[in-house]
Design a protein around this ligand. Structure first.
Ligand code: ADP
Ligand code: MG
Length: 406
């Protein structure tokens, strides 16, 4: 799904008010009737002002008109929610302009953004339980089956969870991006100028990088956590040198961990499976890519389990729960992530894109940019470490002009 901010500058203060009203009412109305929008928005211009804003918003696809048996009403689109989140980030001076997209997943879009000083950052937009307005019937069934599992709620949960974990990990000194802000289904974080390990074809000393990654898994475990998706896409490799003008300078590689919506506690009922999967993922990658095999077996879950909280180490699984991410929220999110992953798998098996609820033509184009795990050993886009990996240039930044006036 493309984030197009061009319509943003044309929205008036009233339009924003009406959009916010639709968002508020959507929390307990699948379809928001016009009368309710009018009541919440309470514009000076009266109902005609509301109607004008409704048409303006519908025209650019931020809300969509739906017909129901009993009444007609409006629904917020993903684009509408994107705009509201951007509006908030912009009002808080976290985002001034939006640049190009650097990552597309089934569950998120990753954009380069910048603040008003030109500092580049990353905006991650979570997209769970995507539904399309074109397949109304499917959507209704989907919503009936999953009353509380609406896309808005689930995507927001993913953002809240990811932000909370990034914050907790950062506080404990883990190598993760710095979380800057969270609004609705989005988070803003620092841009890490380092390529994912997936793009690296060789490293001077695979054994030490491997050891460092295993140490990272064990350190997480000690704090009560399992990443749950510890793979070559979610580990960025930063290259530091003690003297960049000296070709013989010592180069150190630092792994930086990203992507936390699926993190689980070491107490989770399937903890051992998740732990082993993370370990195996690294082992397999190092064998295939760097032809490196560790002579030490493990690490094993049962040993890691004994270290949880040892020596007074802060348990981050508990800390995040205490921050307001409740067990119920965790359960809802986990179910949604599992469902989405299963769908993606089915999709790959039958050659479709796994988004059968989503007949939006635009989406299908997006999928092509995605790096599939099936061509894991292809040498496309590999980058030999030693040359600096530039994630994004400053070109193509789209300025966010939000019209607060009139
Ligand atoms: P997803 O849930 O879709 O996998 P990720 O958080 O893993 O989303 O991000 C997808 C890709 O975007 C990553 O593989 C990485 O290349 C890039 N990326 C994400 N966050 C950052 C960041 N803070 N700095 C640099 N690149 C990032
Ligand atoms: Mg990822």
């Amino acid at each position: 799904m493309l984030l197009d901010t061009r319509a943003m500058r044309h929205l008036t203060a009233e339009d924003w008010r009406v959009l916010t009203a639709v968002e508020m009412a959507s929390k307990n109305h699948e379809l928001v009737p016009t009368t309710l929008i009018e009541r919440i928005a309470r514009l000076k211009g009266g109902t005609s002002g509301v109607h004008k804003s409704i048409s303006a918003l519908a025209k650019v696809g931020l809300i969509a008109r739906m017909k129901e048996a009993k009444y007609d009403g409006y629904r917020l689109s993903y684009g509408g929610l994107d705009y509201l989140a951007l509006h908030t980030h912009s009002a808080r001076n976290h985002i001034y302009s939006v640049g190009t997209r650097i990552g597309v997943g089934k569950e998120s879009d990753i954009m380069i953004v910048a603040d008003d000083k030109g500092t580049q950052k990353v905006l991650k937009i979570h997209r769970l339980g995507r539904i399309s307005f074109r397949t109304v019937k499917t959507n209704r069934d989907y919503l009936k089956k999953n009353q509380s599992a609406s896309w808005m709620y689930l995507s927001r949960l993913a953002a809240i969870k990811e932000y909370a974990f990034m914050q907790a990990l950062r506080e404990e000194g883990f190598p993760v991006p710095e979380p800057i802000a969270q609004s609705r289904h989005t988070i803003v974080m620092t841009l890490i100028d380092a390529p994912p390990m997936r793009q690296i074809s060789s490293v001077p000393d695979p054994a030490s990088l491997y050891a460092e990654l295993i140490a990272l898994i064990l350190r997480l475990a000690k704090h009560g956590l399992i990443h749950g998706d510890f793979n070559e896409f979610n580990i960025l490799i930063r290259e530091d040198t003690n003297n960049k003008d000296d070709p013989d300078a010592i180069i150190t590689l630092t792994p930086i961990l990203i992507d936390f919506p699926q993190m689980v506690s070491m107490d989770h009922q399937n903890a051992e499976m998740y732990f082993d999967r993370d370990v195996q993922c690294i082992k397999r990658f190092f064998e295939r890519r760097f032809h490196f095999m560790s002579t030490t077996p493990g690490p094993f879950f049962k040993d890691a389990k004994k270290t949880v909280g040892r020596g007074g180490v802060r348990r981050l699984d508990a800390a995040v729960e205490a921050s307001g991410f409740t067990k119920k929220m965790a359960k809802d999110l986990e179910a949604a992530i599992r469902e989405q992953q299963a769908k993606a798998k089915d999709g790959n098996a039958d050659g479709s894109d796994g988004l059968e609820d989503d007949s939006d033509g635009e989406e299908e184009e997006d999928e092509e940019e995605e790096e599939g795990s099936e061509n894991e050993d292809g040498d496309d886009g590999h980058q030999v470490i030693g040359g600096l990996a530039l994630v994004e240039s400053e070109e193509g930044l789209q300025k966010l002009t939000i019209n607060e006036g009139t």
